[in-house]
Design a binder for this molecule. Structure first.
Ligand SMILES: Cc1cc2nc3c(=O)[nH]c(=O)nc-3n(C[C@H](O)[C@H](O)[C@H](O)COP(=O)(O)O)c2cc1C
Length: 191
């Protein structure tokens, strides 16, 4: 059972920190884990060339292919993003849009998905950002899970400077609960 997390921040900061907590919890629940830092990779936005409709794959050659392979191999998937203007980062959105052929082929269907969002304000758009990630999971026909009894929607953190989330006890707890829940359902669904 493999759980892979995709971090959409362009820096080593709060989102990566909470994601590591989520993966540690998934590991404790029996999962093999991997973190892919897509925010630091070179993934261009979709240019709507529609070549993927014929080719069956995105024809833009960059770091996307490596990240796509990890997405396809995972049983459980965590998408983690800082809040940028109430939604995911441009880096994460570019990654989502490039997975169009995976949706057409049903590659992510019935995989388990959980979301993490970190903003500078306590109510700075974490829930709207998580909603954006959940929309992606729904459209990919995935099974969406929460962080259960803490924030309900997923890992939800607060931080301004990159190290702030390291002391966000509430955020850390939501991330751990999310990681555990993703692993538990993945274990039930994927043998
Ligand atoms: C372009 C930009 C837009 C941002 N928009 C928001 C926002 O709408 N709400 C919020 O609470 N924080 C916002 N922030 C702050 C980041 O979400 C916050 O600093 C977060 O901890 C960054 O995560 P990281 O350390 O993983 O990069 C914004 C930051 C940037 C750079």
């Amino acid at each position: 059972m493999k759980i892979t997390a995709f971090v959409g921040s362009p820096r080593d900061g709060n989102t990566k920190n909470l994601t590591e907590h989520a993966l540690d919890a998934a590991k404790a629940a029996g999962a093999e884990t991997q973190l892919i830092h897509i925010g630091k990779m070179s993934i261009a936005p979709c240019k709507a060339c529609d070549a993927c409709k014929k080719a069956g794959r995105c024809i833009i050659e960059d770091d996307f292919q490596e990240a796509e392979k990890s997405l396809a191999e995972a049983g459980g998937i965590i998408f983690a993003s800082p809040v940028y203007f109430g939604t995911v980062t441009a880096q994460m959105k570019a990654f989502m849009d490039r997975t169009r052929t995976l949706r057409r082929k049903g590659v992510l269907k019935d995989k388990v998905g959980g979301a993490i969002a970190v903003g500078a304000s306590r109510n700075g758009g974490q829930e709207t950002t998580i909603r954006q990630i959940h929309n992606f999971f729904f459209i990919q026909e995935m099974a969406v899970v929460s962080d259960t009894k803490t924030a309900h929607y997923g890992g939800t953190g607060v931080g301004v400077a990159p190290a702030d989330a390291a002391s966000d006890e509430i955020g850390i707890e939501t991330a751990k609960n999310l990681g555990t829940h993703v692993a538990e359902l993945t274990k039930k669904l994927i043998k």
